[in-house]
Write a protein that binds this ligand. Sequence first.
Ligand SMILES: [Mn+2]
Length: 606
Amino acid sequence: MIGALLSYTLHAGRHFFFQFEDTKGLSSKLIYVLGGILSQVGHRVLDPLLTKWKRNVIGQRAWKPGRKKRLDAPVAPASTPLSSVPPSPELGKLHLDVEVTEADKQEAARLKAQANKAFTSHDFNAAANLYSDAIEKNPNDSTLWCNRAYTRIKLEEYGYALSDATRAIELDPRYVKAYYRRATCHMQILKPQSAVADFKKILAIEPNNETVRSQMVSTQKLIRKIEFEKAIEVEGEKNPVDRCREIIVEGGCEIDATYAGPKLPQENGKYYMTAEFIQEMIQWFKEGKTLHKRYAWEIVMGAYDHFVKEESLVNVDIPEGVSVDVIGDVHGQFYDVLHLFSLTGPPTEKHYLLMNGDLVDRGSWSIEVILLAFAYKWLYPKYMYLNRGNHEAKDMNRTYGFEGEAKHKHGEQAYKLFAHVFTTMPLATLLHATKPPSPKDPICILSPEGRRRFFVVHGGLFSKDGVTLDEIRKIDRIGRQPGQEGLMCELLWTDPQQAPGRGPSKRGVGIAFGPDVTQRWCTLNGVTGIIRSHEVRQNGYEIEHDGLCTTVFSAPNYVDQSGNKGAFIRIDATGKRVYTQFEASPHPPMKPMAYVQGGLGSLMMA
Ligand SMILES: [Mn+2]
């Protein structure tokens, strides 16, 4: 125990010294060097002890979310999430003086070449596995760690990637690319201050690296902006919906004569939505044009009026003769959404649509996608449903493009309106079959009325057992951001894992939940299965946790490089599920994240 504490203190100490180094000056440099030496000694002496202690005392005990997470720390084998990527080997095996035979070095080099090839052909899962095999053979090679970090960035496993990049830096403290990868991870998990620290390290090694210098300056600007916005929030700004209505009453947002796009009809001085307008709007969008700002506001407020009436968990019955299509992340891929809607059909009284969050960010037609979805919500509130995703959130929109795009296309106030209305979107939807399952169907968990029902949510389940549907229904969501913990954060952020129990998140936010967690939760709540999105799946969908947890993802060839299919799930009145896959559609030549502010798009695309 004492050993563990000491090692931890030294580790923390070194982090402190690393921070210290950023504030120039000889004395701090000296302290930093001393800190480094102390920490290395500490690691060498204490780590074997620590590892031993962990094996003996902790054994196979599962990781618990309450325990402090250390992204760069080793994790006991039973606690690591089995995602697409195997976990990092334990720290105990990774001392810097590991003896590697010539034969192992050669084998590692061979595996690395294969991994590089897989990476180039965008098979990131295969690449990550091959780098892991190479690391097994030669854990002293910092390039293997750095390359695997990059691969894991591509897989959006930023928590894992951060730990790999840190390892590469430990092996080679002058490894510029490793600092760059780590800075990327820090940006992705919304820790720009830490990214700046890494940029500074790079500039200390390469003072003439202008790309990094300009990225650092942009990031520092971003930090100031975040602080400025926080200050305003504290002062308490008016609800953006009320503010927009005020501006409209004051005549501050009228349609000018030069506007040549589709026009919303009016009755008694109030705009209303029609199916014809939606068709004209789609056509207008395909011509690369934007709606008048006023119409954008009206559509967002039209959807808002329905969202605010919905509970945080929405109940939707599927009557006889009706089906519901569940759609996963679409991430601003408007041309794929048009293709998808041609497969699902529009929402009607016989056919509902449920979009399961992450409609915006990444793709550069996020405005087109969200306005289309909101227009349908306004027109058909009982046939069109939307759940909030982790990207319907301010901090994500700032980083992943939607904020920049919304301001570019419709201005500052429109973005504020979107940001607020996102907080009114429900967090989950419970789809109830109204007919009993056929006696021939396999036995499954049923509702108290003996019907199949599905819990549809963007991320997944919780860091604790026993959460009831009622608790979810009562979550106070309006005006709130998901944050870093709590039920709302977990609904929007968590991922399933193959190993039982719970594990740390590969993303660095939320947790991972195992098949037993899903089983217990579904049994407790009489839920036949969870349908969630949030993660790319090569086939567009994947049935996991013994059929109780299904992932559906609807952005084919995600960010123009994942090569995955998209899918949607159709559910009928008996709760039968049918899966449909689709391929990516061509789109005009515009890159994902084109609107990320301050020229940070290239960094975020890494
Ligand atoms: Mn997501």
